[in-house]
Design a protein around this ligand. Structure first.
Ligand code: TMP
Ligand code: ASP
Length: 235
């Protein structure tokens, strides 16, 4: 069991701790919900544990499919052990159904099903509000090595296949999700951060009920109730 040391970094939803092993970190999932770059914020008791549990489950599923992530093990309700990674400031979003920013940006109708999954890249930069970028920007700005970027896109589409099928078996539609990547201690590229209802859109296949963070973003209902419904179905 690794020993927890100093805080390396505190974000909006997580605290990252160093451990006695320089290659390993502990992620502590907070009970804080934020949206719109932290403009909207609330403390929701139990949210951290739900996201840690759901994220751990998803990382285990991906591991079984041979997809590399930083996940090592779930340590407790709110904490997981991960490999330390050099994070690339790029968010890779995959969309199966139009929702969120793609509706505002390009005029798609919410709920429109895409002919094929759409991959989008965003520059992770709070001051600039995570703008949409293309491959050429990533190359010019050295956000990630270009051969890694190709791998990241490919992996994101594979994750989409795996998770879309997985959620569909539980009566849930995977609308879209965001992944982050980094260079792991062994030099390879893997998924980092979390994969939780904070970073995915999940709709009940029958009723269309939104079960993800959009409940909080747009006051659609109790956030925790949505997350609990997701966890109940997938575990
Ligand atoms: P978007 O429609 O707002 O661009 O979001 C696309 C997906 O990315 C959605 O599943 C929510 C997720 N997401 C994050 O994980 N972090 C963010 O900061 C934003 C804006 C979206
Ligand atoms: N993750 C961002 C925030 O916490 C934006 C969002 O998810 O809507 O502010």
């Amino acid at each position: 069991m690794p020993e927890k040391r100093d805080i390396l970094y505190e974000g909006k939803a997580k605290i990252v701790y160093l451990t006695d092993d320089p290659d390993k970190l502990i992620l502590h999932f907070k009970d804080t919900a934020t949206a719109f770059d932290g403009v909207k914020r609330a403390e929701l008791k139990g949210k951290g544990a739900l996201n840690n549990t759901i994220s751990s489950l998803i990382f285990e599923i991906l591991h079984k499919k041979g997809i590399k992530t930083h996940f090592i093990e779930k340590l407790s309700n709110n904490e997981m052990l991960v490999w330390r990674a050099e994070r690339f400031p790029v968010e890779v979003v995959v969309r199966n159904i139009a929702a969120g920013s793609v509706v505002k940006r390009l005029g798609f109708k919410e709920g429109e099903v895409f002919r094929k999954p759409l991959v989008e890249l965003f520059y992770k930069n709070d001051e600039l509000h995570d703008p949409l970028v293309c491959e050429e920007h990533v190359e010019l700005m050295n956000l990630a090595p270009i051969e890694f970027l190709h791998q990241m896109k490919e992996t994101a589409l594979k994750v989409n296949d795996v998770l879309r099928e997985f959620f569909s078996q539980q009566g849930i539609k995977l609308v879209d999700f965001k992944l982050e990547f980094g260079r792991l201690p062994d030099g390879s590229v893997g998924i980092v951060d979390e994969i939780s209802p904070d970073s995915m859109r999940l709709w009940d296949a029958k009723t269309g009920e939104k079960l993800d963070k959009d409940r909080f973003r747009f006051d659609l209902g109790d956030l925790l109730e949505g997350y609990r419904k997701i966890l109940k179905r997938i575990s």
